[in-house]
Design a protein around this ligand. Sequence first.
Ligand code: AMP
Length: 282
Amino acid sequence: MQISIFNKTQEFRSARTKFNGNVGFVPTMGNLHAGHISLLEQSLIDNDLTVLSIFVNPKQFGQGEDLDKYPRTFEEDLNKTKELLAKYPNKRIYVFAPANEEIYPENFSTVINVPKLACKLEGEFRPTHFEGVCTVVYLLFQIVKPHKAYFGQKDYQQLAIISQMVKDLLLDIEIVPMPITREADGLAMSSRNQYLNEKQRVDALILSKTINKLADTIIDQGVNVAMKMAKHIQSEDKNFNYLEIKNAFTLDDINDSIKDFVILATYQQGQTRLLDNKVVKL
Ligand code: AMP
């Protein structure tokens, strides 16, 4: 089977330079679920070689967040990857799973940031999160040298920030946005869903249901009614860290000329923050 595993950046880079075909890249923190697999599958379809990175990036976790308990399931991830690759016998996957020192050697000092987009929404609750994301994604792009990179719309703000970084820094990489994969009952898949107890798992459905209700309201009654409804819901249910309707392209506040909206929300269940969003085009 055409799968190779690399833990060392140098070894990965020397294999990468020998490869001449199209390269697709799927950066992850591992603990793969059907959402990650959908990104991988699209990359397998589009490219000769797919690079899957598995790296729990310490720089994107704030103090007191779940870095230590984040699920690390390398063997299962590898099995899922092999199972998928078996459907594409003439494609190839390189799994890049570096240790921290491979990515951040001693004295590593650079930070990449897209402050205008990174300071709002998630950024208000996780002030250094997106600079951690941008720094690692930029580094991984330098190592992997992909033609295309696949990101889930599940992390809508992250996708907007990475797209902006690629544009601003003239990186010659096509960012491919991928739809949100959901559980049968509507909950957006996430490695963090396994932290939920039974009651939290049931209550978590409020998130996707509320977003869908707001999307219907935008279409049926207009965005101003939906904005009022969002404010009311948020004031009634303190588990919503935010519930916002923004310009889908800029994440700025909306005005009367906007036709493309995104509803973005986070719902707190115990220690776990659940993220979801939906784009609405009028
Ligand atoms: P993570 O391992 O959580 O950093 O996610 C790696 C990539 O998978 C990111 O581009 C995520 O947006 C994407 N992803 C995570 N969950 C989903 C989902 N439910 N549907 C689609 N993409 C997802």
